[in-house]
Design a protein around this ligand. Structure first.
Ligand code: DGL
Length: 264
């Protein structure tokens, strides 16, 4: 029998695990290969041109090696910059992750929305377009935080971040013009749902946090609705493009059902 073709879930680091979980819930029999581009991490502080060059090339190589049924770019930074280029270059269905501004606009009562992403994501024209299309009657306030990405990575390594650091990051968003009215925050980086509990605990205001992971999982399941999955699913695999410190993530990855961890 031919080797089962996996779903490939891709991020710069461990943020894509927030997307893996709802995909696993909808497609329990699907083999999954999770790829963290740890050698290129973090994406959020890099120049747009660097991500534009790196992501399609890397996904091209991964596509050849794993022949996936579908690729999920579980990274807002990579998706808002390189989604079109990846789709044009690869002959495989690609599901991207873009800031959940549409559902946030549907929920906000104050019509003031915060978009918390990486620095690279919040400056993308893609975010301008989502805002114009879905939140034209809202004040949309953007904030990029590399520290929050690092706090999520650290959590997966078992390190506890102080509540004060989360409070400060939220404070940086709230002090921007119009920030005092924010009632809804888009978690526009896949790392951030991993620390949503910490953000909620640190927030002095009642805020609803919104992200797109459930929608991505539904879209993935729908695109693969006719796929026959193997009766026995192979062990899920996580691959890191850089070797440094991989072992620190083993326990955290095991909580997401990933017990095989290797260097690409
Ligand atoms: N998880 C990624 C995102 O959704 C990027 C984090 C980073 O590498 O800076 O934007």
């Amino acid at each position: 029998m031919s080797k089962p073709r996996p779903i490939l879930i891709f991020d710069s680091g461990v943020g894509g695990l927030s997307v893996l979980r709802p995909i696993r819930a909808l497609l329990p029999a699907a083999p999954i290969v999770y790829v963290a581009d740890s050698a290129g991490y973090p994406y959020g502080t890099k120049a747009t041109s660097e991500i534009e060059a790196r992501v399609p090339a890397l996904l091209g190589r991964l596509g050849e090696r794993f022949d996936p049924e579908l690729i999920v770019i579980a990274c807002n930074t990579a998706s808002t910059i390189a989604l079109d280029a990846v789709r044009a270059a690869l002959d495989v269905p690609i599901v991207g992750t873009v800031p959940a501004i549409k559902p946030a606009a549907a929920l906000s009562r104050t019509r003031s929305i915060g978009v918390l992403g990486t620095e690279a994501t919040v400056r993308q024209p893609y975010v301008d377009r989502l805002t114009e299309q879905f939140a034209a009657d809202c004040t949309v306030i953007r904030h990029g935080s590399a520290e929050l990405v690092e706090l999520a990575e650290a959590k997966l390594r078992g390190e506890v971040g102080e509540s004060e650091r989360y409070r400060q990051i939220l404070g940086e968003l709230f002090v921007k013009p119009g920030g005092q009215d924010i009632d809804t925050i888009v978690l526009a980086c896949t790392h951030f749902p991993l620390v949503q509990d910490e953000l909620e605990a640190a927030s002095r205001r009642a805020i609803q946090f919104v992200d797109g992971k459930e929608g991505i999982a539904r879209r993935t399941a729908w695109l693969l609705r006719d796929t026959l999955w193997p009766e026995e699913r192979p062990e899920d695999l996580a691959l890191f493009t850089g070797a440094t410190g991989i072992h620190h993530y083993r326990e955290g990855l095991a909580r997401y059902g990933i017990t095989r961890v290797e260097k690409l």
